[in-house]
Design a protein. Structure first.
Length: 255
């Protein structure tokens, strides 16, 4: 009887292990299928972004989680062409900036024609212009970086996302009336980004970055795009600095 019971237990364990292996295999197959679908979407997104020569959009950029208390909230209209390094060569950003903990917005315009950089403080009616990008000051540089989605004009826009070991499709969402695919990507450093891409044009409509701070808090930032235009009208004067009437040009860097 003991031998029979032992045999029965052994057989039941074998069956349990087999079922567990089947579940693991099924889970791995499902994950591979999800990753494959995400990669397929990202490759289409990469191809669509590579075709963009100039882009204009409205954007709301703000901190999330533990970052929300430290980051500004920015509403802006952004226009740029050509990426050099990690910033546009020619760009213009007209922004309303709310500092952390305030409801009052500050109106500034930040831009460059590829040679001169400038920031215009509309409240103070002052303009700062120089060939050194440091002229933008802390707020100008923050706004320029916070509102720019460089993947639109980057030479290899979504290669990092395509090559990421972890990526998966999430549920769809609608942004500015555009139905979007939602893809979560985990980068080598452990940072995550949730991207939303238009189903018809495969172009970005939202990027939500997520990371864990050294003290274990969850924070990040989100950029939501509306009124996307990849065929904006541009001429030689589009990005040139023009001082508004009644404003003063300051011979110094912005604070």
């Amino acid at each position: 009887m003991k031998k029979i019971i032992g045999l029965m237990i052994g057989l039941s364990l074998i069956g349990a292990y087999a079922r567990a292996d089947e579940k693991l295999a099924a889970g791995a197959a499902e994950k591979k299928m999800v990753d494959s679908e995400a990669t397929k979407i990202l490759k289409k997104v990469d191809a669509a972004a590579r075709a963009v020569k100039a882009v204009e959009y409205d954007v709301i950029a703000k901190g999330t989680g533990s970052t929300a208390a430290r980051a500004p909230e920015v509403e802006a209209t952004v226009l740029f062409t050509e990426i050099v390094g990690f910033r546009p060569k020619k760009y213009r950003c007209d922004a309303q900036v709310k500092a952390p903990g305030t409801d009052k917005a500050k109106h500034i315009t930040v831009g460059s024609d590829g040679e001169e950089y400038y920031v215009i403080d509309h409240a103070e009616k002052k303009a700062y212009v120089d060939i050194d990008p440091a002229v933008l000051g802390r707020m100008g540089n923050t706004v320029a970086g916070f509102t720019t989605v460089i993947e639109f004009l980057h030479p290899t826009p979504f290669q990092d996302e395509i090559d990421a070991k972890e990526k998966k499709m999430l549920s769809t969402k609608t942004i500015d009336g555009v139905e979007c695919y939602v893809v979560e990507v985990t980068y080598p450093q452990g940072q995550k980004a949730i991207w939303s891409f238009g189903k018809n044009d495969f172009l970005p409509r939202e990027r939500s970055d997520q990371q864990t701070t050294p003290d274990g808090q969850q924070g990040g930032q989100v950029k939501t795009l509306t009124n996307l235009n990849v065929h904006p009208k541009i001429d030689d004067s589009t990005f040139k600095f023009k001082i508004p009437e009644g404003y003063t040009q300051i011979d110094d860097f912005a604070p």
